[in-house]
Design a protein around this ligand. Sequence first.
Ligand SMILES: NC(=O)c1ccc[n+]([C@@H]2O[C@H](COP(=O)([O-])OP(=O)(O)OC[C@H]3O[C@@H](n4cnc5c(N)ncnc54)[C@H](O)[C@@H]3O)[C@@H](O)[C@H]2O)c1
Length: 247
Amino acid sequence: MTSRFENKTIIITGAGSGIGLAAAKQAIAEGAKVVAVDLSAERLDAAAAEIGPAYVPVAIDITAADAPDKILAAAGGTVDVLVNNAGIMDGFLPAAEVDDKTWDLILGVNLTAPFKLIRAVLPGMIEAGKGTIVNVSSEASLRPCSGVAYAVSKRGINALTQHVAALYRGKGIRCNAVVPGAVQTNVDGAFRSAYAPQVLGPLLQAGATAPAAPEELAAAILFLADDAAASNVNGVILPCDGGWSAV
Ligand SMILES: NC(=O)c1ccc[n+]([C@@H]2O[C@H](COP(=O)([O-])OP(=O)(O)OC[C@H]3O[C@@H](n4cnc5c(N)ncnc54)[C@H](O)[C@@H]3O)[C@@H](O)[C@H]2O)c1
């Protein structure tokens, strides 16, 4: 066991399941205190009982107006790392079919909430002269393999990542994104369109690799979060997809 994250406070959203939970476990095993944010109090409680006091649960919808303040309060001062991981899929609804409610929900959870959390942690990081942000994007930010709302939200995350890296690199802040391909989690990957699979199905079959384990994504996230290993890595959109992005 190493202690890469000894005395570090790491906020991870969506830390009750899948990639976020795996990242929380690995970070805690390496010394971190993790502010574990999730919509599901049940998932958080189960994980807290298993992991122990370094996993600090915050049951909240990240789109709630008071979410950034409550999450920062739970961190209790310095935030060393923010991992914007919570995200939801959009039933693969294409542009002609997506309804306003789905569009607003997906953009709200996947893009606006991560932006607002970044905006909330930046002043403290600027004052400290250090801090790291890791955003969880998607293969859907690189190629058509989702619905339109999800694709736009994840391309937006990439733009947000590069904006923050470019504007705050002189302040000691790094901001990177991980791009998962398919991963074995609880994400709802059901099609809600009859048309979309006709077009996307062959594209997915041609390029996608077998689903990764969430721990593989957690390892990539924590590499980017590690100020020693990734000290000069900033503004990177890092595929962790078994080679899908190379096809
Ligand atoms: N699983 C995949 O194949 C895959 C592929 C590409 C990208 N991703 C991305 O990885 C990230 C993590 O997803 P996962 O696959 O681990 O999914 P998951 O469903 O297993 O975990 C996501 C967690 O986020 C929480 N969450 C959802 N909405 C929330 C909200 N409004 N406020 C707070 N918490 C909320 C959920 O309760 C859940 O516990 C997402 O951003 C997703 O888009 C996943």
